[in-house]
Design a protein around this ligand. Sequence first.
Ligand SMILES: NC(=O)C1=CN([C@@H]2O[C@H](COP(=O)(O)OP(=O)(O)OC[C@H]3O[C@@H](n4cnc5c(N)ncnc54)[C@H](O)[C@@H]3O)[C@@H](O)[C@H]2O)C=CC1
Ligand SMILES: O=C(O)C(=O)COP(=O)(O)O
Length: 623
Amino acid sequence: MAVSTPSHFQLAQRTSSHPRVLSSSFLGSNRAFLSHRQTLHVTSQRQICIGLPHLHPIVATVSTETPPSPTVASSHNKVPGLPTILIAEKLGEGGLELLRKVANVDCSYNLTQEDLCAKVSLCDALIVRSGTKVTREVFEASKGRLKVVGRAGVGIDNVDLHAATEFGCLVVNAPTANTVAAAEHGIALLVAMARNVPQASASLKAGKWQRNKFTGVSLVGKTLGVMGFGKVGSEVARRAKGLGMHVIAHDPYASEDRAHAIGVDLVSFDEALARSDFLSLHMPLTPSTDKIFNSESFAKCKKGVRIINVARGGVIDEEALLHALDSGIVAQAALDVFTVEPPKEGNKLVTHEKVIVTPHLGASTIEAQEGVAIEIAEAVAGALQGELAATAVNAPMVPKEVLDELTPYVSLAEKLGRLAIQLVAASGVKNVKVSYSSARDGDDLDTRLLRAMIIKGLIEPISDAYVNLVNADFIAKQRGLKVIEARELCDGSPEVPLQTIVIKIANVQSRFATALSDSGEITLEGRVKERIPHLCKVGEFDVDASLEGSVILTRQQDQPGMIGIVGNILGDENINVNFMSVGRIAPRKEALMAIGLDDEPTQAALKRIGSIPELQEYVYLKL
Ligand SMILES: NC(=O)C1=CN([C@@H]2O[C@H](COP(=O)(O)OP(=O)(O)OC[C@H]3O[C@@H](n4cnc5c(N)ncnc54)[C@H](O)[C@@H]3O)[C@@H](O)[C@H]2O)C=CC1
Ligand SMILES: O=C(O)C(=O)COP(=O)(O)O
C-alpha cells in the first residue's frame, strides 16, 4: 500500500478553530493588502467577512518602535491591531482624516533614506509625493511588511515598480486630482516666460525701472506643440486655444478623435519640433522618454523656440538645453522640474537669465492637494481592506462588481492549486494546465485573479514565497512554472461566471496514484456551490467535498463498513469530520473516499488510518 507522509507540507499549515481566524488566508488578493496583524474572520461555514478588526476612528500616531523623525505632524499612541501607514510627505488634512479611521497614521516628513528604510519595516503602507525615492532598498528593508505604496500624485518615476512587484507590494497613484493644477501651472509659466514676468518683478523689487529690457513676445497666433497629449497636456491645449494659440500635439498613444474634439492636430515628434514656437512637455518619464529632448532634437527645432517643462526634469538633457539656450536655438525655457530635485546650488539652468524656474509647484494648489490626498487615501485604505484599487499601477484593475462575483471562485482556485501541488511526489512542476468551463463568452470572464490564486496555491505550500495578485506571474516566471489556461464554453446559465475549474499537472509522479487521470496527469476538478468551493473530481473519480479545513483521500475496494472504520479512528482521536464523500466506478469496485476534517490529525491518527488493511493508499492534504 502506498502511504504518503505530508511532512514537508506541514510547515505551511494553518491552524483551524471556530470561529476561524486566519491570519492571512482566503483571498490572495485580499491577503495581498492585509498586514500580518490583520485578520480574516470566518464566522460560520457560509459567511466570510473580510476586513480590518477595528474600524473605530483613531488619531495620528508616531510609532514608538522607531526613533523620532525629523518632522512629525502629531504624536499619539498606536491602536493595536490596526495597520500602520507612514506618510512621508505632507498630505492634505482630508486624506489624513480618512486614513486615521482605518489605520495608525505616522506622519514623518523629511526622512533620510536611512530613516525611511528603518521605519518602513514597521509599516503596512507608505504614502509619498515626488520627493521620496521608494527604491529597491526600501522594499528590501520592509521585509515583506509593506503592502501598499500610495503616490499622492501622478508621476510614479520615484517608485521602483519592478522591485514593488517582486515584493508583492501594490503601487497606487492619484492620477486625476492634480491635472488642472498642473495645466494651470503650465499656462502660468508660458505667459510668465513670454512676458518676462519673474525677471521684471525681481528687477523692480531691486529698485530698477527697466521697461525696454523686458519686452516680451505675444502668444496669439503662435503655434504651441503639446508633447504628451494625456490629461495635463489636453487641459493645457484647451487653455492655450483660449489664448488664441494654434495647438498641435505629439503623442504616439493618443486618439485622433480626442485631439480633433478640441481642435488639435496630432503630428509626429519631428513635425512638432519643426513647427512649434512654444513646446510644452507633458509626457511621463520612462526609459523611452528619458532625455528625449537632447541636442539632436533641439537641432530639429524652429530657431528661437520656447520650452515649458511641467512634466519631469529627466525628459530633457539639461546639458544640451544649456547649449541650445546659449546658441540661441532655444530662446527661453520655463522649468518646474529638474533631473535632480532640488537642483544643486549654482545649477546653470536655474541661474540662466533666459530661464524662469519654480520648485516643482505644478500640483501645489490648495484644491489639488486636498483632492490628491483624498484620492490617495481612499485608494490606500481600500487596498488595505482588500479592495482592488482602480488606480493600481502594478496590478490588474478588477472592478468591484467583478471581484464580488469572483470571490468564491478565487478561493476555489487557490484551494485547487494547494491540493494539486500536495499531490505531487517530488518537486519539479513546470507546466500546469488550467481549464475554466463557463457558459459565458470568453471576453466576459476575467481569469487574471483566478490564475494568480492558482499560482499562489501551487507555490506557497512548497516555499516561503509570499504570492499575491501583484507578484504571482512574476514569481511563477522566476520559478519556471508555466500556467497554461484554456476556456471551455459549456451549457448552463451565463449568470454563473464559472461552472468548473480543472487543474492538470503532467509529467510528475503523484503521492496518491488515484489522482492521476487516464492520461497520466494529476487531475482535480472543483466547482462552487452556494458560494462554497467544492472538490468534485479527483483523477477519474467523482466526489463531492466542500473545501474547508483539510482533507484525507483514500482509495479502496468499495465495500460495507469502510466509512465506519475510518470514522471510528478519527472519533477515537477526537478529530471532527465535516464531510465524507465516496466516489466509485461501480458498486463493490474501486472507490475513492474524501473525508473533510475540521481538526488537524496527529501523526498517530494518520498512522492508524494508513494501517487499515483495506486501504490501497491514502493522502492527507491541507488547505
Ligand atoms: N510638475 C508637476 O507638479 C506635475 C507633473 N506631472 C507630470 O506630468 C506628466 C503627465 O501627467 P498626466 O497628463 O496626468 O499623465 P497622462 O498619463 O494622462 O498623460 C501622459 C501622456 O504622455 C503620453 N506619452 C507617453 N510617451 C510619450 C512620448 N514618448 N511622446 C509623447 N507622448 C508620450 C501618453 O500617451 C499620455 O497620453 C506626468 O507623468 C507627471 O510626471 C503631473 C502632475 C503635476
Ligand atoms: O503628480 C505629479 O506627477 C507631480 O509631479 C506632483 O508632484 P508632487 O506631488 O507635488 O510632489
